[in-house]
Design a binder for this molecule. Structure first.
Ligand code: NAD
Length: 392
């Protein structure tokens, strides 16, 4: 294992600034590279505000905040990259930008430096091929905001060497994170499973199974810190649509994109950023009610018998599919979902609580009604055929 002493972060946007804050909180010196003075100043201001909030909440003393801030060096070039041990790139999710940054890193970093990407969707194996040092390239997927969220998915590419994997897992652990190794697959583990649940919430709304308030409220009561539709409004329907289309293109019909999402984007009902999504928001971003104009796109909610389990069944099924593909260790799956999404119980714990035979029965019933979204995972069937009610 290599000891990581100096770290660089590329891009000081939403993720880069909060990753830098997570690093300085553990006393790592950080070289923060941006593409312009304006963006660098914005990123440094974000770090200042994270530190200020930490002081106000009593999480960090004013002296420590000053010391930590002193650990960040902003830069617009690669002149001081020669002794960096680990680079975390957090530039926009566009292949040409990533490619050019990886080439620059390859030209400016020492041979032993590890190049980690915070990509949400790109292939780590492909990014490794751009850097010409695939053995030292790895995915390090932080969750937003990185200084607060506990999970980091560690994704080796096809050529990543074991020393790089061990070093990065050890480093993420030293940052106080839960580091979970995930095999390369579209959206990795947590967002892949989240995608099934998010889509299902939209199908339920669209089909008139329940109103947005009922879906969010029952889901929170059942297992989540925030309902799926409120979460979609926070992240933006445009980003949600891009991710949903990407998942469908990678995984096929079980990730079919609910037409409602596209309609919302066309109507500019993007959520908090346009003050109108599933809900309506005031200028401060505070929810003031449901969006009545959604009635154009959804059937009136009539049944009143919505059960939150309906959203978690596709997630449970996807968890079995992921285990079948060895995407992660069984013992890591629930821990990753709980740390990444704030779930109180992970999908496997929910499946165990329901009993696997009931899970399968409900999947089969829904498969008859709704098709591919509910086709039971072969591994789930095997457990039930073997007479197992839990996956412990
Ligand atoms: N936003 C999220 O919730 C989230 C969560 C997990 C992962 N990610 C991933 O993190 C990465 C960054 O996302 P983001 O939301 O922080 O994007 P962002 O647009 O907020 O920030 C990207 C920053 O990179 C800078 N940049 C562009 N080219 C650069 C270059 N050549 N050198 C230095 N800086 C450069 C931009 O000026 C910008 O400030 C993406 O790969 C994204 O998929 C995002």
């Amino acid at each position: 294992m290599t000891e990581i002493k100096k770290v660089a972060v590329i891009g000081a946007g939403t993720m880069g600034a909060s990753i830098a804050a997570a690093l300085i909180a553990k006393n790592y010196p950080v070289l923060l590279k941006e593409s312009s003075e304006t963006f660098l100043a914005r990123g440094l201001a974000t770090i200042d505000s994270i530190l200020k909030k930490g002081v106000e909440k009593g999480k960090v003393s004013p002296q420590d905040a000053t010391t930590q801030r002193g650990l960040v060096t902003g830069t617009l070039d690669y002149a001081n990259f020669f002794d960096i041990d680990l680079v975390i790139e957090a530039v926009p999710e566009q292949v040409e930008i990533k490619k050019s940054v990886l080439k620059d890193l390859n030209d400016n970093c020492k041979a032993s430096a590890i190049i980690a990407s915070n990509t949400s969707s790109m292939s780590i194996s492909q990014l490794g091929s751009f850097s010409s040092r695939p053995a030292k390239t790895i995915g390090m997927h932080f969750f937003n905001p990185a200084h607060l969220m506990k999970l980091v998915e560690i994704i080796p590419g096809l050529e990543t060497d074991q020393e790089t994997i061990d070093t990065v897992i050890d480093f993420a652990t030293k940052l106080g994170k839960l580091a979970v190794q995930v095999d390369e697959c579209a959206s990795f583990l947590v967002n892949r499973l989240l995608g099934r649940y998010m889509n299902e919430s939209l199908w339920c709304l669209e089909e008139g199974i329940a109103s947005q308030d009922e879906i969010d409220q029952k889901t929170c009561e059942y297992n989540m810190p925030v309902g799926p539709l409120a979460l979609r409004d926070m992240n933006g329907a445009d980003i949600g649509l891009w991710v949903a289309k990407y998942n469908q293109s990678e995984y096929g019909p079980r990730f079919e994109v609910p037409p409602l999402l596209e309609s919302m984007v066309k109507a500019n009902y993007l959520g908090k950023k346009t003050k109108k999504g599933f809900y309506i928001y005031d200028d401060q971003g505070v929810k003031i009610g449901s969006n009545p104009d959604l009635a154009k796109f959804v059937k009136p909610a009539t049944s009143g018998d919505f059960k939150a389990e309906r959203l978690f069944l596709p997630m449970i099924n996807e968890a079995f599919l992921a285990l079948q593909e060895n995407v992660c260790r069984k013992e890591d799956l629930d821990k990753a979902l709980c740390a990444g999404l704030g779930m109180r119980k992970g999908p496997l714990a929910l499946a165990n609580e329901m009993g696997l035979s009931l899970c399968l029965m409900l999947m089969e019933e829904n498969f008859q009604k709704h098709g591919e979204r509910y086709r039971p995972a072969p591994l789930l069937k095997r457990y039930v055929f073997a007479g197992r009610e839990t996956i412990d």
